[in-house]
Structures are given as structure tokens and as C-alpha cells.
Design a protein around this ligand. Structure first.
Ligand SMILES: [Zn+2]
Length: 127
């Protein structure tokens, strides 16, 4: 994954972030998911580059209501300037944070019927 984010002369880059992206990430609740990342090079400057970033996909993480795995949509769009170091742009941390920011605010099964009924029975607070 790392090292593949070399921005050269191409105007557009596409990557698919897979399950392995989520392995070995500390304090990260996401257990897996496939997310497509599209990067358009908007402007090239000295030591910097302006990128149009589009992120779309789905990740799996614990539901805030029942703690079972739920699949959540991810959507993120942004234009952002990056520092270019040695001809490369380090996007891994940025992509990770953007996926987290692109998640819905309420991380629960969209359909309440998909939640674990055993857990819901014991819930004191109705989320
Ligand atoms: Zn649930």
C-alpha cells in the first residue's frame, strides 16, 4: 500500500483500498472494506501539488447500537494541497482519515431489524 502513492506525470490516479489496509491499525474500529480512491492532479507547484480527491466505498465496523458488524457507506470529496517530498506524496494517512471522516455520523445498522436482537433486549438506552 505505502509507496504506491507516487504522483508523477499522470493526471489521474485510481487505487482500490482493500481489507489489508485495515490490518494492524491501532485504535481503528474498521475491520474491513473496499474503498475506491480517485485522485485528480489539479495543479502542480514547486514542492507541492493540488489534488482533487474522491473516495467512495463501504467499510465494515461494529454497530454503535448492537456491536455486531455493520457495513457503512463511505463518501468523501475534497480538494487539498499536499507537500511533495522526493517526488512523492504521502497519502496513506490522509486516505485513512478521509475514509473515517466520510463515514455516516451515526454508525449503526441502517435497518434496525439487522441489529442483534439479543443485544437490543438488554439495551437500557434506546439509540
Ligand atoms: Zn446493529
Amino acid at each position: 500500500m505505502a509507496g504506491s502513492y507516487t504522483i508523477s506525470k499522470e493526471p489521474r490516479y485510481e487505487w482500490r483500498v482493500g481489507d489489508e489496509f485495515w490490518e494492524d491499525r491501532e485504535r481503528c474500529e474498521v475491520v474491513g472494506g473496499v474503498v475506491d480512491v480517485t485522485i485528480d492532479v489539479l495543479k502542480r507547484g514547486v514542492g507541492k501539488v493540488e489534488l482533487g480527491v474522491e473516495i467512495e466505498g463501504e467499510v465494515t465496523m461494529p454497530c454503535d447500537r448492537c456491536l455486531g458488524d455493520c457495513t457503512l457507506p463511505v463518501r468523501w470529496r475534497e480538494e487539498v494541497e499536499f507537500e511533495v517530498i522526493g517526488g512523492e506524496v504521502d497519502l496513506e494517512q490522509y486516505i485513512y482519515e478521509s475514509i473515517i471522516l466520510g463515514l455516516p455520523l451515526v454508525k449503526v445498522h441502517r435497518d434496525r431489524g439487522d441489529c442483534d436482537p439479543e443485544v437490543l433486549k438488554h439495551l437500557a438506552v434506546d439509540l
